[in-house]
Design a protein around this ligand. Structure first.
Ligand SMILES: [Zn+2]
Length: 325
């Protein structure tokens, strides 16, 4: 806007009554929220380089839908800060910040869709764009005491058009009396490792609880000075032995999982929060999308339940903000 026009607009503010001032304030707030996400994205991506040839020989080339566009002098391509990221081609860019705000609260799809006035399917697709970019953000080579324990989620085909098995009915979900003990076939194991005294959490969906699968899951997480504490599970102990790391077992029968400073209470607390949120607040998630939701929960652990909306926007640009060193 030209300076003269802005000055004229500001002069009129003095003539507004209280109701008109409120309306103006609302309009300004809406406008600010619409551009907030785009400013966060543009600032986080700077200095920009061409996504095609990676040169920094770029010049500004006008604006489109609130975003600055650039032209590459080397290859002649035009792009913006969102080109080549998980948020490229997203409609309703003005709602991105409000959407990220819903994610920072762990809001359900229905609540998010109602708040942003978008359809639930749009909200789900957008959520998965954000979650895809953080799914692989696990810690690496954790040192010190690390509690490890497995938990289980019921296999779910939520959202699938056809079920590969008979649908479950109420009252049939619990195992019958006299049924063999141990995890049933439709339980999906998730191995959770949580470092004691740090916000590092790793959780991996496992094909099985075999020694080989646990070893493969633990290998990138543990470091040479890791002290692994688990509840005496044979497979975890064997995997720790294979990896050559110190292992302390706290058997279930051992006074409620505590032996001196060794216990698995931190990781068990994390399990109950994770399961409460996924099974009750989100009403279950599809097994194929489970790793994404585990990653979402890791953002809450890392930011002590107060993740800012901006972290989801910046992560969607390809930056790892959680489980970093
Ligand atoms: Zn280029």
């Amino acid at each position: 806007m030209r300076k003269a026009k802005l000055r004229a607009l500001l002069c009129q503010v003095g003539e507004l009554n209280e109701r008109e001032l409120d309306e103006l304030f609302d309009a300004v707030q809406k406008r600010q929220s619409a551009t907030k996400a785009l400013r966060v994205v543009e600032n986080a991506r700077w200095p920009l380089s061409c996504p095609s040839c990676h040169t920094e020989r770029i010049v500004r080339n006008g604006r489109a839908r609130g975003l600055q566009r650039y032209l590459c002098r080397a290859c002649g391509r035009s792009f913006s800060a969102l080109t080549g990221t998980a948020l490229a081609g997203v409609h309703h860019k003005e709602r991105l910040h409000a959407f990220a705000e819903c994610m920072s609260r762990g809001a359900s799809i229905c609540d998010t869709a109602a708040e942003l006035k978008i359809s639930p399917s749009t909200a789900l697709r957008l959520r998965h764009r954000f979650l895809n970019s953080i799914t692989e953000h696990q810690p690496k080579a954790l040192n010190g005491m690390v509690e490890v324990d497995e938990t289980f989620f019921r296999e779910s085909f939520k959202g699938a058009r056809k079920l590969p098995r008979e649908s479950r009915h109420r009252g049939k979900s619990k195992p019958k009396k006299g049924a063999p003990k141990g995890p049933s076939k439709d339980l999906i194991p998730v191995l959770v490792a949580r470092s004691r005294g740090g916000p590092y959490v790793a959780d991996v969906v496992l094909p099985s609880l075999s020694r080989t699968d646990i070893k493969a899951a633990l290998a990138p997480i543990v470091g040479p000075d890791t002290l692994l504490v688990a509840d005496g599970s044979g497979s975890i102990a064997s995997a720790a032995k294979d990896l050559g790391i110190t292992f302390e077992a706290v058997p279930t029968s051992y006074g409620g999982h505590v032996r001196g400073t060794y216990h698995v209470q931190t990781v068990n607390q994390y399990h109950s929060r994770l399961k409460g949120w996924i099974n009750h607040e989100l009403r279950g998630v599809s097994t194929k999308h489970l790793p994404k939701y585990l990653a979402w929960m890791r953002t809450f652990a890392w930011y002590q339940d107060k993740p800012k909306p901006e972290i989801y926007l910046i992560s969607a640009l390809g930056k790892q903000l959680i489980n970093t060193f």
